[in-house]
Design a protein around this ligand. Structure first.
Ligand code: MN
Ligand code: MN
Length: 299
């Protein structure tokens, strides 16, 4: 109380002057939203270049420099029913974060929303795959991520495809951009249960052929779409935890997003480390989010 006995409360005025960091086109309240963004600032199992815990907010800041109108889809993202919930409170334990991601995505699924999860490292994807266990999975990744366990942890980011196979079963996953596989992974009897499309195959045959083959395989099923940014060549996406040369073109990944966005029920972008970025990687991730929402929204 002030000396004049009046309660001092300028909450209404303050709300107009400051705001929490959310995606700038997050203009829709949760009940009316279609796309729901949330960040998972966790890089606890990253083995090489950490920093992905900073990525959700760096992508939001990069996104702020993009136009809200997109002439390709003739879409205005500020009117695209986007709600950004902010970031989770991360645990130090990978499995606990996976549980949190499963809880959030299952709420979103029940509420008929499309989750867009921003990592963080790749381990978190397992929680979303549990929620969308009846879907087909498309992964973009340089790495097979097919280890039974890594550094004593079966929830390490190097194991996410293997864990996803255990949830989804054989012939339910295609990983595009593969070019880093250990001998143990390669010789595992489980390896043939996932379709690994190498970056060389994409370059030699073209992304259009890869999309046609995938369409035949998926046959209209719902899709969970996970983008590990190191699938893209380091020339276009240098700021990643584990860079690997000879990767996919950024435009190849855009074509894949566009081709399958209508069937996609959940989407994530992981493994960016802003500490090693020149700004291009978070900007490309922001563009991928727009491409996903734009191509999903057009009739
Ligand atoms: Mn990965
Ligand atoms: Mn990777």
């Amino acid at each position: 109380m002030g000396s004049d006995g009046q309660k001092k409360d300028h909450a209404t005025e303050l709300i107009g002057l400051v705001s929490p960091l959310v995606l700038p086109d997050s203009k829709t309240a949760y009940p009316d939203s279609r796309f729901v963004i949330f960040g998972v600032p966790y890089d606890g199992t990253s083995s090489y270049r950490k920093g992905s815990r900073f990525t959700p907010n760096r992508i939001r800041e990069a996104y702020d420099n993009l136009e809200s109108f997109d002439p390709y889809y003739k879409t205005t993202y500020a009117e695209s029913s986007i709600c950004d919930l902010g970031n989770i409170f991360p645990s130090e334990d990978a499995e606990e974060n996976i549980d949190t991601v499963e809880t959030i995505t299952s709420f979103l699924r029940k509420d008929e929303k499309i989750p867009i999860m921003i990592g963080g490292e790749h381990s978190i994807t397992v929680g979303a795959v549990r929620t969308f266990s009846d879907s087909y999975m498309i992964i973009i990744d340089a790495h097979a991520d097919f280890r039974a366990e890594y550094m004593g942890n079966k929830y390490n980011h190097a194991c996410v495809t293997r864990r996803s196979l255990e949830i989804l079963g054989r012939n339910r996953i295609t990983s595009v951009g593969t070019r880093s596989v250990s001998k143990e992974e390669f010789e595992s009897p489980e390896y043939s249960k996932v379709r690994f499309v190498t970056a060389d195959y994409v370059r030699e045959n073209g992304i259009k052929q890869v999309i046609d083959e995938l369409k035949n395989e998926i046959h209209g099923r719902k899709i969970y779409f996970s983008i590990d940014m190191d699938g893209i060549d380091p020339a276009f996406a240098p700021g990643v935890g584990t860079p690997e040369p000879y990767g996919l073109l950024h435009t190849d990944v855009r074509e894949l997003i566009r081709a399958f966005s209508k069937e996609t029920v959940g989407f994530d972008i992981v493994e960016i480390s802003p500490l090693y970025d020149n700004g291009n990687t978070v900007m490309l991730a922001a563009k991928f989010i727009q491409d996903f929402i734009g191509s999903n929204s057009i009739n």
